[in-house]
Structures are given as C-alpha cells and as structure tokens.
Design a protein around this ligand. Sequence first.
Ligand SMILES: C[S@@+](CC[C@H](N)C(=O)[O-])C[C@H]1O[C@@H](n2cnc3c(N)ncnc32)[C@H](O)[C@@H]1O
Length: 202
Amino acid sequence: MAFTFFFRDTHTLEHAVKFMVPEVSGRSKIKVWDAGCAFGPEPYTLAILLAESMGNFAFKNLIIEASDIDEGGNFGNVIANGIFSNEELGRIPDEIMAKYFSKIDVEEGFYKIVDRIRDRVKYQTHNLLSLKPIGNSYSLVICKNVLLHFKYEERIEVIKMFHQSLMQGGFLAMEQTQKMPEEIKHLFEQVVSDAQLYRKVG
Ligand SMILES: C[S@@+](CC[C@H](N)C(=O)[O-])C[C@H]1O[C@@H](n2cnc3c(N)ncnc32)[C@H](O)[C@@H]1O
C-alpha cells in the first residue's frame, strides 16, 4: 500500500509549484500538507521542486507537514533520517541528485538528502478518516494515490476536510485518475485541464 517513488508524476507537482510559488513568496510562513506521504519520496520531491523555483529566503519559510497512517510505524524515522537507497533514487535526474544528495560512507549504495531539504519536511502519524485536519492555513494540500483506497462517501468527507484546512485560494493536488466528486465540485475550481490541481473557492 505504501508504493511510492521519487519524482513520481512530476507533471502535477510541477503545475502545483508553478501556481503556488508566485502567490506565497512574500509570506513569512508557507505551509504545505502532504497527506498520505508514505516514507518520504513524495514530500522530498516536492521540497526539491520548491527549492528549485523559490528564492532562498522564501524557501526557509516553507514547512511541508507530511502525514500518513503508517501501519508499520517506521515512516517517521525514515523521513527524519533522509537516507534512501540507490533503487529508491533511481528516477532522480543526475543534476538534482548531485545537488541535493550526498553519498554516505557507512553503507554502500545509500544517499542522504541535504539538510536544507530535510529541514523543511516534518512528519506526523495521522489517519485521514479521522476527518480532523493536522492543521490549517495550508497553501497547498497534496494527496496522491490515497483516496482511491477509500469509499466514495469517505473521499467526499476527506476532500471537504482538505477544503477546510486550505487558506483562501489554496491549492489541492490529487493523482491524475482522481476526479473531483460532483457533490463537492462547487468548493473548488480546476486550475489546469491536464492535471487534478484545484484551487479553493470561497
Ligand atoms: C500508494 S501510497 C501513496 C504515497 C504517495 N502519496 C505517492 O503518491 O507516491 C498510499 C499511502 O496512503 C497511506 N494511507 C492509507 N490509508 C490512510 C489513511 N486512512 N490515512 C492516512 N494515510 C493513509 C498508506 O499508508 C500509504 O503510505
């Protein structure tokens, strides 16, 4: 269930970054929620894409709050350590790899993400079906390849919770196959036609 990898579906993430960054760059606190983040490749990919498109000053004001139900109970450690194997990092472009990862000496084939990126991602265990958000005033909520595991009615309630947790005009990104349910379409406007990226209305 925790299948994930670095630079997965960057198309949607790049759209999210492109729309979000110009709106948040002057803020003293920029909050993103990665809901159902698994063991870290997705929030770290997002942090890298944001680092590439934000100035240093704005990037220091960013916090990506990553959460997962984490049935095995080890995602927090993996994310905090920021150490990943060659296989997990396979899809990362070479120039990104060189810029954001360093080889670790103690274990061959393992790389550590640089502190500048690692420090921006904070993990907590959280069950989305509790319908209690982990926070509020998010500029972006990303929830990919998670809602498909829920019943249709549960999906609606979880997306409503995301709506509540977003700041005015904030964005919600889902995977390509996750369409917005008809019942709650009025809560969002779709930002681009070729990605499931929505902006909060109202
Ligand atoms: C397929 S992974 C997706 C990981 C990442 N978002 C991606 O797209 O690469 C699905 C994740 O959803 C998490 N998950 C499943 N049910 C959940 C729930 N009720 N609350 C929070 N996370 C949940 C799983 O633990 C798993 O890590």
